[in-house]
Design a protein around this ligand. Structure first.
Ligand code: ADP
Ligand code: ASP
Ligand code: MG
Length: 411
């Protein structure tokens, strides 16, 4: 049996009409491509944020286990409506919660790690000609309690199930694939037909929301066939994630990535630095994107740790720091802007001159052979990304440098 996993994100199913359209489309797709589809759904629109706000209107720091029960209902509602839509076409469909889909996790509420996968239930449904409709973003702890996998976690649910079913994973979203920059913010961004999995991982870790970092990491480690398509188009070329390293060395800058909402955390008091190191390792295993990590020496032996964390992961991280007795100082309304590519080193000085030209003086920056990341004030992010994208991205880098130099001299 040919099976495919199709994941729809919140924006693609933000109203009942869209759910009805996708139900019909899935039926047509199955008939046309002679495949059985497993649907993995996110919560409708911004429902997860709304549920989170509801919980916080009662408790500033909601109990993580209760919160997960609440958040998981967002995805369950999408699934119930999708099943009704499929049934209205006389097609059998069955609901799978995270637990029923066989995603066993640890008990780390809000940021759970998937530890076991059992797809027997889904396989039986497929064999019986029933469409499995799976609630993304959730699993079950060893004692059966509902857990969530961290924000954007439906991508991970889909990739994990695709791997277990040995099936391709098609991620349907509100843009037509992976672009050289966020196409919603940078109109001139270009869709890439394909992107190497390592580059995609960098894009995701640096803030390209379209695929969660954990899902890309999982796909990379397990060779999962993942592609990204437009949820609102019947036919979409999309972008294929590839594993073959290209023979042609990438001599250009592949993309400019904005992470629009990050917070800088300074740990002004750390009771035990070994335990802190352990905690930071734990963050990594739970998919927390800690970036621009460093230490600052204050007077005497006073050493402070500094790092940035995406806002959506902040409250979970703060809880962990608090439980270790750390004292945190927060600086918000910041964004990360990154240049990503094969030869970023060769364009650093040009990228920096563009910063100066825009009177942007980064709060902090990091350069490696494959990326340049700067931490700036939120309101500076888009104009910087536009400028870098226009001057440095996509064209052969040396051509780009000469063009950009001309523009620089003229202005
Ligand atoms: P979904 O609801 O489908 O999960 P998300 O909002 O999580 O969708 O991700 C899709 C969004 O990712 C797009 O609307 C786009 O604004 C953003 N995005 C950021 N960087 C990129 C990029 N390089 N390519 C495509 N989309 C991007
Ligand atoms: N609904 C969850 C979120 O908003 C999971 C997802 O969309 O992938 O983060
Ligand atoms: Mg998403």
């Amino acid at each position: 049996m040919n099976v495919e996993v199709h994941k729809y994100g919140g924006t693609s199913i933000d109203c009942v009409e869209k759910i009805k359209t996708i139900a019909l489309r899935t039926l047509r797709y199955q008939a046309q491509h002679k495949v059985s589809v497993v649907l993995v759904l996110s919560a409708m629109g911004q429902q997860t944020d709304a549920l989170l706000a509801e919980a916080r209107s009662i408790a500033e720091e909601p109990d993580p286990a209760a919160l997960d029960v609440l958040l998981a209902t967002g995805e369950q509602r999408s699934c119930a409506l999708m099943i009704l839509a499929l049934q209205s076409h006389h097609i059998a469909a069955r609901f799978f919660s995270g637990e029923q889909a066989g995603l066993g996790t640890d008990a780390c509420f809000g940021q759970a790690r998937v530890e076991s996968v059992n797809i027997q239930g889904i396989q039986s449904a497929l064999k019986a000609g029933i469409i499995p409709v799976v609630a993304g973003y959730q699993g079950a702890a060893p004692n059966g309690q509902v857990t969530t996998l961290g924000r954007g976690g439906s991508d991970l649910s889909a990739v994990i199930l695709a791997n277990a079913l040995d099936a391709p994973c098609l991620i349907y979203t509100d843009v037509e694939g992976i672009y050289t920059a966020d196409p919603v913010l940078i109109r001139t961004a270009r869709r890439l037909d394909s992107i190497h999995i390592d580059d995609m991982l960098k894009f995701s870790e640096l803030g390209a929301q379209v695929l969660s970092p954990a899902s890309v990491r999982y796909a990379k480690n397990n060779d999962v066939n993942v592609s990204v398509h437009a949820g609102h188009q019947a036919q979409s070329l999309g972008t294929q994630l590839t594993f073959e390293s290209s023979d042609v060395s990438v001599s250009h800058c592949l993309g400019v990535i904005i992470d629009p909402e990050v917070t800088e955390i300074t740990l002004t008091y750390v009771p035990d630095s070994e335990r802190l190191q352990h905690l930071l390792r734990r963050f990594k295993t739970h998919g927390i994107v800690v970036d621009l990590l460093g230490t600052q020496i204050y007077s005497g032996a006073d050493r402070r740790w500094v790092m940035t964390i995406p806002n959506v992961q902040l409250s979970w991280c703060l809880m962990q720091f608090k439980s270790e007795g750390c004292v945190c100082l927060l600086r918000s309304e910041l964004a990360r802007v990154s240049l990503v590519g094969g030869e970023v080193q060769s364009i650093i000085s040009l990228a920096q001159s563009m910063l100066t030209q825009q009177a942007i003086f980064p709060i902090r920056s990091l350069t490696t052979s494959k990326r340049l990341t700067v931490l700036v004030r939120s309101e500076q992010a888009v104009s910087l990304a536009l400028c870098w994208h226009r001057g440095l991205c996509g064209v052969d880098v040396f051509q780009s440098i000469s063009d950009a130099n001309v523009a620089y001299v003229e202005s």
